[in-house]
Every structure is written in C-alpha cells, then in structure tokens.
Design a protein around this ligand. Structure first.
Ligand code: AP5
Length: 192
C-alpha cells in the first residue's frame, strides 16, 4: 500500500501514520521528521532549513525532493509506504508523480484529514506546552496555517480531480479517526 496523508498542521497526520505503520507494516516517511533530523544533526541541509521551519514557511522544493528521493530509494519501500507532509504544493505533487513513475511505485490513495481551524490551533497549543516544538509558537502556527491554505489546499483538489482522494473527518478520538482510515483503505474504498 502506497499512500499519502494530507491535512493541515495539527490534523493528525503523524499520529495516524504511526498507527498505519504498525497496521500495514510499511515505513512512515515524514518530510518534517527528516528535516528536523537534519536540523538536529546540523547538516548543511539542516542549517539551510532551520530558520524557514521555525518561521512556519516551506523549505525549498529542490531540497525536500532530493531528500525524499533518497529516502524512497533506501530499499525498504517494496511493500509500500506512508508519506506524511509531502506534497505541500502543486509542484511537489507533480514531482512526486514523476518520481513514483520512475520508481515503478504508483501511489494508491491520498487521504485527507479534515479538522476545523479552531481545533487545529488548540491541538498545536497543547503540543507546544508538552513538547516545545519550535514551530508550535502562535506566530509560526498562524503562518503554517496560512501556507497550508494558500499552497497545500490546491493539492487536495489535484488528487480529487485525479480520483485518488479520500477526504475524511479528522475530528474525534484518535482510534475513531484510525477506523475511518482503515475503512477508506478497504478493498472497495469510496474515493472522491
Ligand atoms: P511537519 O512536521 O510535516 O508538520 P505539519 O504538517 O505542520 O504537521 P504537524 O506535525 O504539526 O501535525 P500533524 O498533522 O502531523 O498532527 P499530529 O499527529 O502531530 O512539517 C514541519 C515543517 O517542516 C513545515 O512547516 C515546513 O517548514 C517543513 N516541511 C515539511 N515537509 C515539507 C515539504 N514537503 N516541503 C517544504 N517544507 C516542508 O498531531 C498534532 C497534535 O494533535 C499532537 O499533540 C497530537 O497528539 C494531537 N492529536 C492528533 N490527533 C488527535 C485527535 N484525534 N484528538 C486529539 N488530539 C489529537
């Protein structure tokens, strides 16, 4: 199973990807996690990405695509993968399709988790208190939501128009949301 998880910051992509990884036994590939690891390790790429991430902006398409290609060719994606945090704009969506075509690994489905803005802000404020992630400050969250609405929301339409989207309610207990995803992945999913 090769799937893409879409949704605004705080919609639960990382939370659900961790459950799906256990369920499907395929790697969870999060471009946010890959970038945070590069920042932590102080690599040249991480140094370039750090300020942009802390401000809630998007790291350059070129950097992220290079990183993703390296990860997708690491040799453990034969049975599929869960992609979380990519694509984030139409250029990335096109680049992903081209990359997966080159790798002969076409994507099965994109799942969007839909959560209203007020709840997103409240979830991220809660996480800020617990984890202190640099981009969970109120200013960075505002910017991340703006970037999502301007750059990433069109990606949802891109997959909808291609008949590859399942749009799900991301509100409710984590287990409930997980069940909705499993239903969407069932052999005859309702897509669109
Ligand atoms: P990234 O790490 O992808 O962050 P994000 O998209 O903003 O997503 P979050 O991790 O904040 O939220 P999530 O949807 O995963 O929700 P989560 O499960 O964590 O990206 C970070 C940055 O890296 C970007 O801003 C950008 O700078 C850069 N970047 C990454 N990819 C890029 C790309 N492709 N191109 C360019 N730049 C890129 O949940 C959030 C909180 O809510 C948690 O506390 C969780 O416990 C809670 N929660 C989750 N589900 C529920 C539920 N059902 N009920 C109650 N609480 C819940």
């Amino acid at each position: 199973m090769r799937l893409v998880l879409l949704g605004a910051p705080g919609s639960g992509k990382g939370t659900q990807a961790a459950r799906l990884r256990e369920h499907l036994q395929v790697p969870h590939i999060s471009t946010g996690d890959l970038l945070r690891a590069a920042v932590k390790a102080g690599t040249p790429l991480g140094l370039q990405a750090k300020a942009v991430m802390e401000a809630g902006g998007l790291v350059s398409d070129e950097i992220v695509l290079g990183m993703l290609e390296e990860r997708l060719t690491a040799g453990d994606t034969g049975n599929g993968f869960i992609l979380d945090g990519y694509p984030r704009n139409l250029a990335q969506a096109n680049a992903l399709d081209a990359l997966l075509k080159k790798l002969h690994q076409p994507m099965d489905i994109a799942i969007q988790l839909d959560v209203d803005t007020e709840l997103l802000i409240s979830r991220l404020a809660g996480r800020a208190q617990v984890e202190g992630r640099a981009d969970d400050s109120p200013e960075a969250v505002r910017n991340r939501l703006k970037v999502y609405n301007e750059a990433t929301a069109p990606v949802v339409d891109y997959y909808r128009n291609a008949g590859r989207l399942a749009c799900l309610n991301g509100v409710g207990a984590m287990d409930e949301v997980f069940q909705r995803i499993l239903e969407a992945l069932a052999p005859t999913p309702e897509v669109g």
